[in-house]
Design a protein around this ligand. Structure first.
Ligand code: GYE
Length: 328
């Protein structure tokens, strides 16, 4: 009976927004959201491409449980179209808040506008978007990737201080079009351009994965007889590249100096063994801060537009000291 009735007047019901009349258990008449007191968050993750990402996912899932937030989680396998689909499904499910780490910077305006029109607030975590309209999201929580690139460059400048020979650098970029790839590249370039002895002789994407890092480094080694330095935008690509360097009969950290970003356990281990020379930290532990901000947004409180993550850098000695307490 009820079904027949609701089908007949469905259009009208939607217009007056009284979906709760046939929705069963306690729903808020205005929004159609469940009124069980729990915040529901839809989180559209990038993928599982690196150790960093695995630690980031764990942090978000654990923090949601600890904060009593009902988390709907999706993995986009590094594809923007999958993230857009996930966000649209969260809008359709009328979640209280959407958070996501945009795989690339561009192309988000339409879907973010859809969320805004549905009155669902959005928090960006880890990676930024290049949307001009900043009212499309409440805040962006994550690292300063330009600064990370600069820190990598500054180490290099210090390491080669007083030397005049050309320093041939190869660069493994992160995912093409992603904020960390764009910014880590530009921050690094900005610092090393001050001294013409630094030459980036090859720069290509390794998509933030170990397998691609290895593959691209193999090609770099074949094409370039003299490589002095590898700058990899994350530990995983650096670790893949180390395999290629060893296979080519060279000593990583000695014949080719290596700088990476992230400081996950595997990277820190290689650093402590001297296979990597320097790591710029990028913290994946964004979960607790994200849940805290989500609660504030849902409660209608104002929050800062930008929340920065605190980070450091590591030498081999510092890695040795930090490793026993490293959580990821
Ligand atoms: O550095 C890399 C991961 O967006 C900061 O994504 C993140 C990056 C991180 O795949 O390992």
């Amino acid at each position: 009976m009820l079904k027949k009735w609701s089908a007949a007047v469905l259009g009208g019901l939607l217009v007056v927004g009284a979906l709760s009349a046939c929705g069963g258990e306690s729903e808020d008449a205005g929004s159609g959201k469940k009124d069980d007191g729990k915040i529901t968050m839809g989180f559209a993750q990038v993928g599982a491409e690196s150790g960093w990402r695995t630690a980031n996912t764990k942090s978000i899932q654990e923090a949601a449980t600890a904060a009593g937030i009902d988390l709907k989680f999706s993995d986009a396998q590094q594809k923007q179209e999958n993230q857009i689909k996930a966000i649209r499904s969260y809008i359709a499910q009328k979640v209280d808040i959407i958070a996501f780490s945009p795989v690339v910077e561009s192309g988000w305006d339409t879907v973010l506008k859809e969320a805004k029109d549905a009155k669902i607030p959005v928090i960006l975590t880890d990676r930024a978007v290049d949307s001009k309209d900043t009212s499309l999201y409440k805040t962006f929580i994550g690292s300063d990737f330009v600064l990370e690139g600069k820190k990598a460059g500054e180490w290099l400048v210090k390491e080669y201080q007083g030397k005049t020979d050309t320093v041939n650098i190869v660069e493994l970029q992160g995912t093409t079009g992603s904020a960390p790839a764009n910014d880590r590249k530009s921050g690094f370039a900005d610092v090393i351009k001050a001294d013409p002895k630094f030459k980036v002789i090859a720069s290509q994407t390794g998509d933030f994965t170990r397998a691609k890092g290895k593959e691209v480094m193999e090609a770099f080694l074949k094409a370039n007889p003299k490589i002095d330095v590898l700058y990899a935008h994350n530990d995983d690509m650096g670790l893949g590249a180390i395999e290629a360097i060893v296979a080519a009969g060279k000593k990583p950290g000695v014949d080719i100096k290596i700088i990476t970003v992230d400081a996950v356990k595997d990277g820190m281990t290689a650093l402590s063994e001297g296979k990597i020379n320097y790591i710029v930290e990028c913290s994946p532990l964004l979960g607790p801060q994200l849940m805290d901000l989500a609660k504030k947004v849902v409660a209608g409180e104002t929050i800062p537009q930008r929340v920065l993550t605190e980070e450091t850098t590591f030498t081999p000695e510092q890695a040795k000291a930090a490793l026993p307490n490293r959580k990821y």
